[in-house]
Structures are given as C-alpha cells and as structure tokens.
Design a protein around this ligand. Structure first.
Ligand code: ZN
Ligand code: MN
Length: 450
C-alpha cells in the first residue's frame, strides 16, 4: 500500500462507531445467585445452576446491583435514564449459549444519549444496556482427540454494552475515547475492566467516505473482540487504508466481520455480514418490565464519585499542578486519593509545609513505590529537603575555600564571564558533596566577589 499517494488518502475520512462490552464485578451473576468470578474459579462449570445453564423450568431474577451500576455508568457518561425499561430475548445458536438466546435489552435500554469528550472531538453515546455474558469455549486435546469443551462459569455474568454514534474519525481518537471510558469505569469501581481477562472487549465498526459526503457509507466492517486500545487503533488504521485502496480501484468494501491479527497488525475476513441478522427479539416473558423512579435515579447520582475531568480541573486550581501533572496524577482514582492524602499530611505540620503539592506530584510521577504509605513518602521528601539544607556557616567556609583556589575563574567572572560564576557554584556544591541550595551559594559568591 506504500505506493498509494498521500493525496488519495487525504480525500477520505474514517468513520467508526464502537461497541464496548464490560463485565460488571457484582458478587453474583445477572439472573441467579451463582458466584460471579469466572476467572478465579478453581474448576470449569463450578459456578453454575439451572438458571445459568438454561435448564427447563428455571426462572431468572434480575440482579439489582447490576441494574444500579448500569445506571451509575450511564449517569457518569451523561446519559438520560429510562424510567421504563425491560429485558428481551435475543435468539441465536452457539454452543456457549445454553438457552439458545441471550437475555439482553432491545428497544428500551436503561440509558441513552450520553457523551465522552476527547481532544480529537466529542463522541456521542447512543445507548448503554444490560445483558448477560455467554459461557466460554475451550479447545483442547482429550485422549489424543481434538475436542471443544464448554465452561459455563462465565454464563450469565452481568455485561454492560455501550454503543457509540459513528463519531470517531481516526485510530488515535478511538484510543483516546477508549482510555477515557476505561478510566471512568474504573473510577466507578463497577468493573475491573481488565482487558487481558476479557472484562472489557472492544468492537469497532469501520468504514470510510469521501470528505464532504454527508451520508453514512453503505457498508461497514466490524472487527470483533479486540482486547487492547493499541490493537483497536491499528485495526482502524489498517482498515482505513484497505477500504480506500478498494474504493480507489472502483470496488465497494464488503460488509463483513473481521478478526484482528496481532502479529501483522492487520485483519482477516471471518464471515460476511449480511443485513442485520434476525434475532427474533421479544420481551422476556419471565422478567416483568422494570419501572424506576426519579428518586431512585437521584439517589444513584449522589453516589457518583468526582470524575477524572473535574478532578484534573480541581487539581490544577486547588494545588497549582500543571495540566500534564494533573492528568498523570488522576489517571487512577486510587492514585489521585493517594496524592491528596500526601498533600493533607504535608500541609498538616509546620515541618513539612514547604513540601508543596507540586513537589509531591512530581515525586509521585517519578518514584513508583506503590506500597509506600503517604506518611513514609512525606518523611522521605522531608529528609531529602533537609539534606539540601546546609548551615550558612558551612557554606561560607566552602565558598572561602573555593575562592582561594579558583583565581582564574574569579578573574573571568570579574571580566564579565557569567559562566565562571556557574562554575564556581558547581565547585562549592562539590565541596559540600552535593548539598546546599544553588541559589543561596550563588548569592554568597556574588556578595563576596563584589
Ligand atoms: Zn447460576
Ligand atoms: Mn452485546
């Protein structure tokens, strides 16, 4: 593709909508009381019951916490909360789906119309709904035969699906958007959002169009279940080039589902995706519609923590951090809380009051000692500051000593060579074995040389 003119590339724009699945970290599953810990389970199919195995006669009961957390996430994303909602059955066959349908939400999701801002443009959230995860297939060798096993520990784990509008226009923007979403989910504490374990799974829907066109392209390519922000970026970059090349050759890219190939940073066709599949959605007759009250939603809103954007702004205003420092410190909520504990400790005593929030922030950014308590960190900073402090008399002695030795530098300085002064400061510091404040030493030298 190297031969493609940059000119041609620049005539097109990428259009991406994302679907993100996030497993909620509730203690029990979505519709039964089985333990929700598929990754920690000692053996396959341990955390199962008639409900999550889809046995006849079993009745699902929605998990209240999962609904609460879905609404919490919706509120954090600025969504409108639907007070009337319901669960629907989405039918399809796959061996990891015991019931032959997934309980999901069709036309009445809990949340709609949210927004995440990124430096490369806003991304509107189309909807946020709640559903259940499937089991997991395991390909293995048993008695010398290739077999596929099914583990239902993950079957019916609460799963939130977030769907964006097609507002993302580059791999880089997708990455910024996903990082922010991931950060918000972690701030809320509703999911580990651990990508390696599949607790957060990403699916971009990608197409390109000529710049200036207003209609959405007539095709889109879905890249399934990616587990890293960088892979999403690379998949989008790869697809963009591929589509432009096809369009330039007069061909329409095929509507299909593709898989990401890590080794080559490319994608391969998995199956063609015809029109929207007919899942025969209908309301789950076992689960009555859900009616929420304004008061209930207001109560949940009160439990929202301060979110990253406001925290960054506050840290800049309240503590005088630079925007880079504030962004860094607020990356994880635990880190931001830790920083504030350090600040309040430092401000709490006269001894440490010169240890400013900026000094603490820079120390946190540079010294990664996760186990170190805030108290220990402030003590270490104080020790460092005290080490720098040298008695004025000691400085005078060192300055006298250096001035007695460096006659050439003194002459240079007196002839207006400023670098000679810096050299003398360096010599005094050397004499003090690195201690002493450079500013104070400089003042003392100037005084003595004038
Ligand atoms: Zn169960
Ligand atoms: Mn889904």
């Amino acid at each position: 593709m190297e031969y493609m003119e940059k000119q041609d590339m620049n005539q097109y724009e990428t259009i991406v909508g994302m679907e993100i699945h996030v497993e909620l970290a509730t203690s029990s599953k979505m519709f039964c009381s089985c333990k929700n810990d598929p990754f920690g389970a000692p053996k396959p199919n341990m955390y199962t019951c008639p409900v999550c195995l889809g046995l006849p006669g079993a009745l699902p009961v929605p998990n209240k916490k999962a609904i609460e957390w879905t609404i919490k996430l919706g509120l954090a994303l600025g969504c409108e909360i639907q007070l009337y909602s319901k669960f629907d059955r989405k039918h399809y066959f796959y061996p990891d789906l015991a019931k032959g349908y997934q309980i999901s939400q069709y036309d009445l999701p809990f949340c709609r119309n949210g927004l995440i801002t990124t430096e490369l443009g806003d991304v509107r959230i189309h909807r946020v709904h709640l559903e259940e995860d499937t089991g997991k297939l395991q390909h293995a060798m048993v008695d010398g035969k290739k077999v596929t096993l099914v583990d239902f520990n993950r079957s019916s784990v609460p799963l939130v699906e977030i769907v964006t509008e097609p507002d993302i226009h580059s791999g880089e923007q997708a990455k910024l958007f996903l990082k922010k979403l991931h950060q918000i989910v972690r701030y809320l504490g509703v999911s580990s959002a651990d990508m390696e374990k599949g607790s957060m799974r990403l699916e971009p829907n990608i197409s390109v169009r000529k710049i200036g066109e207003r209609e959405l392209p007539k095709y889109k390519v879905e890249v399934k279940n990616i587990n890293s922000f960088n892979f999403v970026k690379r998949a989008i970059d790869f697809e963009t080039k591929r589509h432009i090349e096809l369009l330039e050759a007069g061909q329409m890219p095929k509507q299909e589902t593709r898989g990401y190939v890590e080794g080559t940073s490319s994608t391969v066709s998995q199956r063609s995706k015809e029109e929207a599949a007919d899942y025969r959605y209908f309301p789950d007759p076992d689960i009555p519609p859900i009616r929420l009250t304004e008061a209930y939603v207001t109560e949940i809103k009160k439990t929202l923590p301060e979110l990253p954007d406001s925290k960054i702004e506050r840290f800049m205003k309240e503590y005088g951090l630079s925007s880079d420092e504030a962004v860094h410190i607020t990356d994880e909520k635990t880190g931001a809380d830790y920083f504030e504990s350090c600040v309040s400790l430092a401000q709490g005593s006269f001894e440490t009051q010169n240890i400013t929030p900026t000094i603490i922030a820079r120390n946190l950014i540079n010294v990664h000692e996760e186990e170190m308590s805030p108290k220990k960190r402030i003590d270490a900073l104080l020790a460092k500051a005290q080490e720098k402090n040298v008695d004025a008399g000691v400085i005078t002695v060192a300055v006298t000593l250096v001035l007695g030795q460096q006659t050439k530098a003194i002459a240079d300085y007196k002839h207006g060579k400023l670098s000679a002064l810096m050299f003398l400061v360096g010599m005094v510091k050397k004499e003090l074995k690195g201690k002493g404040d450079a500013g104070i030493i400089e003042q003392e030298l100037k005084k003595r040389l004038s």
